[in-house]
Design a protein around this ligand. Structure first.
Ligand code: DX5
Ligand code: ZN
Length: 218
């Protein structure tokens, strides 16, 4: 069976108790922490930046999966690496020099990811596939937690899974947005390796049970 990793999205946590929330999901079986960085330009919302990432780094050993929803991500890749990101993901729609961005991240020994908005086709990655550690398929329009899952994302996951197999590429497929215990089986079946979930975990009473449900759904 494929190894499925669960990445709780801290966006849905209680920021006033961030360290406790991180400890709680860590104890509950989280495989990594998903951190949503938003700049109020690429997306309408503003969330957290490098100082918070470096504070988080001090509270946990879990890998930090940093999702940059910002314009000109090239300007900030180094500082997020310095802050302790293990994976840095930029949006294809926001990055003029994707090849260079991936090389910069990988030369620091971190995972290099590209994210696609719901309207961006998988074929856009055709010429850069071998350079990628992961692809983050958005199943909501980025900007906010708690939105409804966009089902056309499933076909994109399947398409990407087919392409990576035919090209023998080692990239991981991560899926983000609107994932619930009800729709996660479809996401995993389509080919996802990493499942991001905000509301489905932090909105539940029992984090351990919520993570288990997501991980074991088939
Ligand atoms: C949306 C973010 C997601 C979000 C997921 O822009 O990238 O990571 O926090 O939250 P849920 O799981 O609630 O849709
Ligand atoms: Zn995200």
């Amino acid at each position: 069976m494929r190894h499925i990793r669960i990445a709780p999205s801290l966006l849905a946590s209680d920021f006033s108790r961030l360290a406790e929330e991180i400890k709680a999901v860590e104890m509950a079986g989280a495989d990594m922490l998903h951190i949503d960085v938003m700049d109020g330009r690429f997306v309408p919302n503003i969330t957290i930046g490098q100082p918070v990432v470096s504070s988080i780094r001090k509270t946990t050993k879990l890998p930090l999966d940093v999702h940059l929803m910002i314009v000109d991500p090239m300007d900030h890749i180094d500082s997020f690496i310095d802050a302790g990101a293990d994976i840095v993901t930029v949006h294809l729609e926001a990055c003029n020099h994707l090849h260079r961005a991936m090389a910069t991240i990988k030369s620091a020994g971190r995972g290099a990811g590209v994210s696609l908005n719901p309207a961006t086709p998988v074929v856009m990655l055709k010429d850069i596939l071998e350079e990628l550690s992961l692809v983050l398929i958005m199943t909501v329009n980025p900007g906010f937690g708690g939105q409804e899952f966009i089902r056309s994302g499933l076909d994109k996951i399947k398409e990407l899974d087919r392409i990576r197999q035919s090209r023998n590429a080692s990239l991981l497929i991560e899926v983000d947005g609107g994932i619930t215990a009800q729709n996660v089986a479809g996401v995993i079946k389509a080919g996802a390796d990493i499942v991001v979930a905000g509301t489905a975990i932090f909105g539940s009473k029992d984090y351990r049970q919520a993570i288990r449900r997501l991980k074991l759904a088939r």
